[in-house]
Design a protein around this ligand. Structure first.
Ligand SMILES: CC(C)(COP(=O)(O)OP(=O)(O)OC[C@H]1O[C@@H](n2cnc3c(N)ncnc32)[C@H](O)[C@@H]1OP(=O)(O)O)[C@@H](O)C(=O)NCCC(=O)NCCS
Length: 215
């Protein structure tokens, strides 16, 4: 799903996921422990860029009737196969009226729930409009390790190439998290590394690793 309406409900849902992802060790701009109050201002700036049309929000959604099994979804869960098969990417440009993702009551979308998302940021430079930066990549902790992250990255690349007409995507990650291996498996190649640029704690500086994907 691309650019669903960023209602208050959906914004809170995404912030809540971001908090849980961070507190379970994810590297999305913060270090644990973190609260919604800490993340919300940063999230709001990102969401505002989506509303202004400069950034694109790409989500993976599942039917809400799968929500109950979400927390227990594991590789040996027999519900896993049909669950992953139902994940869909749907363009939702335009108004709410043509958007099946209308606002729901469960902090998500009617009939569907966002379980993974990322943003595609447009550069402010007119000379850098043939590529975008991928950021805020995250999968709900209850759904990690089942291929959704890989599917999210592939869906974003498809959208970037086919709908946005882009030639490449780039992203940055901190070293020492395992994310480098994940992005390489998604087809990205390391193109740069700034040693110790990210301080995640006292005496714990991580490299900022730059990746690039030709589309
Ligand atoms: C990174 C992330 C998006 C991957 O999504 P996912 O659905 O778990 O990934 P997939 O199931 O498609 O792929 C899993 C593979 O990536 C590896 N991997 C992905 N992220 C990893 C991480 N942060 N640490 C260690 N391994 C990771 C897994 O070990 C696995 O590899 P394997 O099959 O060889 O064991 C997800 O784990 C996540 O949201 N992490 C927290 C947020 C975060 O750190 N985002 C990256 C910001 S740069």
């Amino acid at each position: 799903m691309v650019n669903p309406p960023l209602t208050d409900d959906l914004r809170e849902h995404l912030v809540d996921m971001w908090v849980r992802v961070t507190n379970e060790g994810g590297s999305v701009g913060f270090v644990p422990p973190v609260s919604a109050a800490t993340i919300r201002p940063t999230a709001d700036r990102s969401f505002d860029r989506v509303r202004q049309g400069t950034d694109v929000l790409v989500c993976l959604v599942v039917p809400t009737d799968h929500e109950k099994i979400g927390g227990s979804l594991r590789k040996n869960d027999p519900a896993k196969a049909p669950y992953t098969a139902e994940i869909d990417l749907v363009d939702t440009p335009g108004t709410d009226s043509d958007n099946r993702a209308s606002v729901g009551l469960s902090g998500a979308l009617t009939g569907e729930r966002v379980v993974a998302w990322l943003l595609l940021a447009e550069s402010e430079s007119l000379l850098r409009r043939h590529w975008r930066t991928v950021y805020r990549v995250q999968v709900d902790p209850a759904f990690q390790g089942d291929g959704l992250g890989t599917k999210l990255m592939a869906s974003a690349a498809d959208h970037a190439r086919d709908e946005l007409g882009l030639e490449a995507l780039t992203l940055m990650t901190r070293s020492g998290t395992g994310a480098e291996r994940f992005y390489k498996r998604c087809g990205y190649r390391e193109v740069g590394r700034i040693p110790g640029a990210i301080r995640v704690g006292p005496n714990d500086n991580r490299d900022e690793v730059h990746f690039w994907l030709d589309l």
